[in-house]
Design a binder for this molecule. Structure first.
Ligand code: FES
Length: 302
C-alpha cells in the first residue's frame, strides 16, 4: 500500500540573500548620515541581494508549481487530486511583505528628516539697511534686523557690515558677516567698543533696523570661546570654518542684504579679499578639506 503523503514535501532551500539585503539596508541608513559613497554602496548591495532573493523565491515557486502540476503516477492512481497550498512560499511572501512594511515605516521618516531639508529653500528675503552713508568706510557696523516681520522677535538677526570702499575697478565693496557662530550657532560678538550712538532705519514692509558702529578688529563667541579675525576667518576654538557672509546689492543708494553663503577661508582683506564660497550650510559642517566628505548632503543653515 502506498501513501502520497509519504512524498517528501517541497521546502525552500535556505538562502543568504535576505541577510545581504538587510546588510544593504543598514549600510544605506548609515550612509545617509555619514557619507554619500557609503549610501551608494548600501543601495547597490540592497539592490543586488534584493534581486537575487526575489529570483530565488520565484524559482522556488515555479518548481513547486511544476511539482504540483505533475503528480506522481502512484498518487494519481490512488488518490483524488486535492488543492494544495505551498506553505513555504506563503511564509516567504508574508515575511517579505511584513519586512517591507516595517522597513518603510522605519526608513521613510529617517529619509524625510535626513534628505528633504537639503532640497528646501531657505532663502532670506532682502533686507534694506538704508543709505550707504550709514556705513563709514573701514568701520564695522552692527546691523540688527528682523528676517521675517510676521515672526517678530524670533526672527531678529545680526550682521556685521564693513564698508571697504571702492575696489580697484571702482565698484563699492562691503564685507558683511553673519553673526551666527559656525561651531554650534551661538551669536558671535564684536571684540571692541561701540562708537557713537545707534541709528534707526525704517523701510517699507520691514521692521526697524538698528545700526551701531563698533571698533572691532575681531569677533568672539561667548559659548565655547571660538575666535574669528576681522575677515571672519577662524583663529581659535572649535568653529570648523570661517564666518558665513551675505551677498549684497546696492539700489537707489541703499544697501540690501541678500543670500547668506558659507565660507572656507578668506585670503587678503577688504575689497581685495579672495573668498572661498560655498552653498550656505549648517553650523558645525565642514565645507572644505578632507572632512567635507563627511557631509555629502549639506543641510542648509537656518
Ligand atoms: S557656538 Fe561658538 S564656539 Fe561654540
Amino acid at each position: 500500500m502506498s501513501n502520497a503523503h509519504d512524498e517528501k514535501p517541497h521546502v525552500a532551500s535556505p538562502s543568504l540573500w535576505p541577510i545581504g539585503f538587510a546588510i544593504g539596508i543598514a549600510c544605506s541608513l548609515v550612509g545617509l548620515i555619514v557619507s554619500f559613497p557609503v549610501l551608494v554602496v548600501g543601495a547597490v548591495i540592497t539592490l543586488v541581494f534584493g534581486v537575487l532573493w526575489v529570483r530565488d523565491l520565484l524559482t522556488a515557486r515555479a518548481e513547486a508549481a511544476a511539482v504540483e502540476g505533475a503528480p506522481t503516477e502512484r498518487a494519481a492512481a490512488e488518490e483524488p487530486e486535492v488543492p494544495t497550498y505551498d506553505r513555504s512560499v506563503f511564509l516567504s511572501t508574508a515575511t517579505i511583505g511584513v519586512g517591507a512594511a516595517i522597513g518603510a515605516v522605519v526608513t521613510l521618516p529617517v529619509l524625510g528628516f535626513a534628505v528633504l531639508p537639503a532640497f528646501q529653500s531657505h532663502d532670506v528675503p532682502e533686507i534694506d539697511l538704508g543709505p550707504l552713508s550709514n556705513f563709514p568706510e573701514g568701520t564695522y557696523v552692527i546691523a540688527n534686523y528682523f528676517e521675517n516681520p510676521k515672526e517678530g522677535d524670533v526672527s531678529r538677526r545680526t550682521a556685521y557690515v564693513r564698508n571697504n570702499g571702492p575696489t580697484s575697478s571702482g565698484v563699492p565693496s562691503f564685507t558683511i558677516l553673519f553673526s551666527r557662530c559656525v561651531h554650534l550657532g551661538c551669536p558671535v560678538q564684536a571684540n571692541g567698543p561701540f562708537e557713537g550712538k545707534p541709528i534707526s532705519y525704517n523701510a517699507k514692509d520691514q521692521l526697524e533696523v538698528t545700526l551701531q558702529p563698533v571698533l572691532a578688529a575681531s569677533f568672539g563667541c561667548p559659548c565655547h570661546g571660538g575666535q574669528y579675525d576681522g575677515e571672519g576667518n577662524r583663529t581659535a576654538g572649535p568653529p570648523v570654518r570661517s564666518m558665513d557672509r551675505f551677498q549684497f546689492a546696492i539700489r537707489n543708494g541703499n544697501l540690501f542684504l541678500q543670500k547668506i553663503f558659507s565660507v572656507g577661508t578668506v585670503e587678503g582683506t577688504g575689497a581685495s579679499a579672495q573668498i572661498q564660497r560655498y552653498t550656505r550650510t549648517y553650523p558645525g559642517v565642514h565645507v572644505d578639506g578632507l572632512e567635507q566628505w563627511l557631509y555629502p548632503i549639506p543641510v542648509p543653515g537656518t
